[in-house]
Design a protein around this ligand. Sequence first.
Ligand code: SF4
Length: 600
Amino acid sequence: MSPEEGENLGIRQFDIILVTGDAYVDHPSFGTALIGRVLQDAGFTVGIIAQPSVQTADDFKKLGKPRLFFGISSGNVDSMVNNYTPNLKRRSDDVYSPGGIPHRPDRATIVYANRVHECFPDVPVVLGGIEASLRRFAHYDYWQDRVRQSVLADAPADLLVFGMGELQVVEIARRLAAGENVRALRDIRGTCCTMELAEWRSARPEGIVEIPGFAEVSHDKTAYARAFALHYHEQDPVRGKAVAQPHPKTVVIQNPPARPLTTEELDRIYELPFSRREHPSYTKPVPALEPVRFSVTSHRGCFGGCSFCALTHHQGRIVQSRSSDSIVREVTRMTKMPGFKGIIQDIGGPTANMYGLSCALWEKCGACPDKRCSPACKTLRTSHEEQCRLLARIRQIPGVKHVFIGSGIRYDLALADDSGYLDAVCDHHVSGHLKVAPEHISPGVTRIMNKPGREVFDRFRARFEARQQGKKKRQYILPYFMSGHPGCTISDMVDLAIYIRDNNLYTEQVQDFTPTPMSVSTCMYYTGLDPFTMKPVHVPRGEEKKIQRALMQYRDPKNRALVTEGLKRAGREDLIGSGPGGLVPGKGGAAFRLRRERAG
Ligand code: SF4
């Protein structure tokens, strides 16, 4: 983090300097620390410039000029998602900053790349992290309500690493160290590069999928949806092809995704000597660290394919799991770390219960392009036996008092399991609440979201409730529901509100759909089309979106007018009033409210 630290380590010039929008926290769930440790493990020296001030160039110059390249990342989160609420209000805090004080500029990737390029125009610049990864093609930007160019066309950068990035950054570093020019690094899987328009016109590479270009997708929503479906289908490391998208001044080329890491590679990465602490120069804690300080990543990838999640475009559908021996070693090391109080906060990945699951087709054919992975697939191994064994081993480690599962559980998979996973989770791995995300209960909405339907959630609740019999301390399901998703109407939200009421699932927590870059749902939000069928999709906006959100919190007095309006629009005036089925009081509702408050 400083030239003095470098000198103490005998480093006069860093091989690579990573610039990040997050504070520097040496923990494997912080991307910059992970990439830094991996590069160091491969024999390179790495400097970190964390949260530089962008007012001047001073912070960008403080570690000098790197020998090989600058790596630029907005941090663990897209800077616009991080800096603004779903209602487009600026947030006053940033959990990835010391003391929660924001330091991250909007569109951090582009801003940092410009600064670096101004200071060191001859040094290669490589973009990475979630913001770069999910903005690698022309994309709809919710914050400007328009289609933006690929970040690689907007920033003065040579390469863009997408996905998790370890294999790519090491290959880039090795090839640059061997004397290759960065412009020659056009064949690295898991990276995007650019090509001059003239070269593209005269010597277009073979076997590349060309998708509609920026000029087309920024004006034609059908072309946008077509482009999305085309690049979505090429995000498979086994069968995916390279994809090209022309832009006004360049052509962005995405090479096929990096191959999945082997178990041995993942084990090695997560067993690197992370201190799990903030950099000692910080005087205030970084809030994002505390909930994950003693958590463990057991696997990567998710085959769930929820439409509103862009993970398919980042980590992919193929699940890559660590060995249980490696996880046990990591937990054992944690038990000896300062501050460890016997609690493992999470063992998981994008979806907790995909550890050790796999499909027989993945290795040779990749994930099926024409169908979604689900327990109905005969080739998908759904037994959670390996997870149960792993959790049992961790519970036995001396010094470990509790092992929690904080990552979400995919309940259709848990139901398909017959090795006692759900029982083990209820008995040992949740405290009061088990988080699950049905997101909705209306069949039309869950289909568009690509989530299991209401009947699967009901079966899961029944299994969970059965497990509560005889327990001294009762546990509860904490469901996450979403409003405002494409395909969701006010009537669907009324149905959801009734379901929440009738099943005692009311929570203060509301997720209102936000169109973040590169998810299927964002494509639907922008185009009003399902990109895979090209059929129109209803998109709630403006007041309708507010009504939908309010319907989920129908008990909140400040939502009364919106809920009443929503019930009227849905033709459900029968739910207005102080009768037993009323969701909101009608006229003269004060007495009703008072009765309800008294009843608790
Ligand atoms: S068979 Fe099913 S689980 Fe396997 S890749 Fe195809 S869709 Fe996914």
